[in-house]
Design a protein around this ligand. Structure first.
Ligand SMILES: [Zn+2]
Length: 618
């Protein structure tokens, strides 16, 4: 009798140990499958990330978000537990061997089937919840089962089982909180697209009053969008201005300023200054940048931070469009924050200073009767942007007809990029951005045609260099066709998009423009300009003050919107008041910049410097 009781106790103990080790091993198998699948997926997705750890982490986040993976992993965990139960010394011989192998094979088959055929059109909100449900149900089931088993079979086992199960649930919850619940919280998350058409001055768009039909696609888009009539870039330079667009901060506060006038003296954004893409990413959006290959868009200058995917695509907007189309297909319904940057309207490095599609050639240059062919007749190697740079540097006198011709070439280039962007807008519409999200179209700066003696754009802060379009399509086209006259800046775009999406940004200097929709400003806040220490400006009320070192110019924009007549000598009190505002902003920016970390100036390669030289940068 005693012998029989001992044998039963031994069997109970063995069964209890086997049950619990089964749970542990099963959980480990499930976790290993999850991580393995995630890393394999990371390789396939080719995420751009800040480092290897970042890559693994964010890839894991994306992969964890598929319900089928949770189901497969949960099934593996259960089957692993069964295997160990079945392998307990209660069973012997062939039964044990079969029961050891069969559940593993079935689990593998299940996971494989799930991965191959399970539907993936699940909204992010559902994914988070369904993952929680699967793990929650599994954990509760395991808890009950192990509690009963241990309670029945081994004294004290119930507590051990409960603690271990709770620990497992907590670990799972931690993983899900950061990664899964954020999409769930985003709920009906709105897809957001921010399109930057480099070098597009506002007054050349039909919807901004231009007499020529340069932008039929943008005009049609504007009919369903809010048009902000008076928007300024902070500085007519690609890196600096996009830095403001993507941070909501002045250049001096985000760090991408100029040390000097040379290509290798441009500074990247501060490494640790918060980007709008980081906020969207943290809130569960997939952040995607499809941008040009120009130097300032290269990883290292800092615009790429916060983007899970950052693709530098060469060529005109058509190629970038194709890349975006592929990425959007792969998104399968996830909310995305898309930054799409095209360089087509920028001056060129070939023969003519501005490029255009063959079908647009001659639209407005057809009547030109001069001999200009894009190159310097005395130096045939100097063409296109390089030639315009020489005109600037040498202050070459040119006939009005030639200046107009160069400007007409720019218009034809705009017509071409308009058509290409029209296709991308259709793509975004099909992907639900127009109905469920928002699309903003803007530019980083304008372009000069000798209004103040120069071509192209570099550091002059006059209206032709800084006045840019801003068209904002709100969800479902709400307020479509409205025109907002109040002055605003690119600095306001990030907070506006964040408010539409319900994403919280860290403190920024810009403000959401949605307020201007509800009630026009009585007194809009001042607008600040500047990207290097000795070149700054402020617009407030009807006046604009430009300060270049000691030199000061004041323009009365109500009387002189083209900024032709310096009235500083007539208005010393206004000069003083606006100078004080500039000084205050300078101090504010110095405070914001002081704790920031600079990873160091980027040193472009000689090939990159040559490439930038070819489009007019020195
Ligand atoms: Zn630019």
């Amino acid at each position: 009798m005693e012998h029989r009781r001992q044998a039963v106790a031994a069997r109970r103990g063995a069964l209890s140990d086997a049950a619990w080790s089964g749970v542990r091993v099963g959980a480990a198998v499930g976790a290993a499958a999850t991580i393995g699948y995630a890393l394999l997926g990371a390789r396939r997705d080719g995420y751009f990330a800040d480092g290897l750890l970042d890559l693994a982490w964010h890839a894991l986040a994306r992969r964890l978000a598929t319900p089928r993976l949770h189901a497969a992993s949960a099934a593996l965990a259960l089957l692993g537990a069964l295997v160990h139960l079945a392998s307990a010394p209660l069973l012997r011989g062939w039964q044990r061997a079969v029961l050891r192998v069969a559940p593993l094979a079935a689990g593998g088959l299940l996971a494989l089937t799930g991965a191959l055929i399970a539907p993936d059109e699940v909204t992010p909100a559902l994914e988070g919840r369904s993952a929680l449900l699967v793990y929650g149900a599994l954990g509760a089931g395991l808890f009950v089962a192990t509690a009963i088993l241990h309670g029945l079979l081994a004294p004290g086992g119930a507590l051990r089982g409960a603690l271990a199960t709770v620990a497992w649930l907590v670990a799972t919850a931690i993983g899900l909180t950061d990664l899964e619940l954020q999409p769930a919280r985003a709920g009906a998350a709105r897809p957001i697209a921010l399109i930057s058409i480099d070098t597009l001055r506002a007054d050349r768009l039909g919807c901004y009053g231009y007499a020529r039909e340069t932008t039929p696609a943008l005009d049609a888009f504007a009919a369903g969008a809010v048009r902000f009539a008076d928007v300024s870039a902070p500085f007519p330079f690609t890196l600096t201005s996009h830095g403001t667009l993507l941070t909501g901060l002045d250049p001096a506060a985000h760090g991408a300023t100029l040390l000097g006038q040379r290509v290798d003296q441009r500074l990247p954004l501060f490494a640790d200054v918060p980007r709008v893409a980081e906020a969207f990413r943290a809130a569960g959006w997939v952040t995607i940048g499809v941008v040009d290959t120009c130097l300032w868009m290269q990883p290292g200058y800092g615009l790429e931070r916060g983007f899970m995917l950052w693709r530098n695509v060469p060529g005109d907007a058509t190629r970038k469009h194709a890349e975006l189309a592929t990425i959007l297909r792969d998104l399968r319904g996830r909310p995305a924050f898309v930054f799409f940057h095209v360089f087509d309207a920028h001056s060129d490095n070939k023969r003519l200073p501005y490029d255009r599609a063959p079908e647009d050639a001659g639209l407005w240059t057809g009547g030109y009767s001069g001999s200009f062919d894009g190159c310097d007749p005395n130096d045939p190697a100097t063409c296109a942007s390089k030639l315009l740079r020489r005109f600037n540097d040498d202050a070459v006198a040119l006939p009005d007809e030639l200046v107009r011709h160069i400007s007409d070439l720019y218009d034809e280039g705009i017509r071409s990029v308009d058509r290409r962007i029209g296709a991308t807008l259709e793509l975004l519409r099909a992907a639900g951005f127009h109905d469920h999200g928002a699309v903003a179209i803007t530019s980083d700066h304008g372009e000069e045609f000798r209004e103040h003696g120069r071509f192209m754009h570099d550091t002059q802060l006059h209206v032709e260099s800084v006045h840019v379009p801003l068209l904002l399509r709100l969800p479902g086209g709400s307020s479509g066709g409205r025109v907002v006259p109040s002055p605003a800046g690119l600095i306001d775009v990030a907070p506006t998009l964040a408010e539409i999406a319900g994403v919280t940004l860290p403190p920024v200097q810009g403000r959401s423009l949605l307020v201007a929709l509800d009630a026009p400003d009585d007194e809009p806040p001042p607008l600040f300009f500047g990207g290097e220490p000795d070149e700054e400006a402020v617009r407030f009320g009807r006046y604009k003050l430009i300060r270049q070192g000691e030199a000061v110019q004041l323009f009365d924009l109500a009387e002189d919107p083209g900024e032709r007549t310096n009235v500083a000598a007539l208005q010393p009190a206004i000069v003083e008041a606006l100078s004080r505002r500039l000084d205050e902003r300078r101090a504010e920016n110095a405070d914001l910049a002081a704790p920031r970390r600079r990873d160091g100036a980027v040193t472009p390669s000689s090939a990159e410097i040559r490439a930038m030289g070819a489009i007019g940068y020195q």
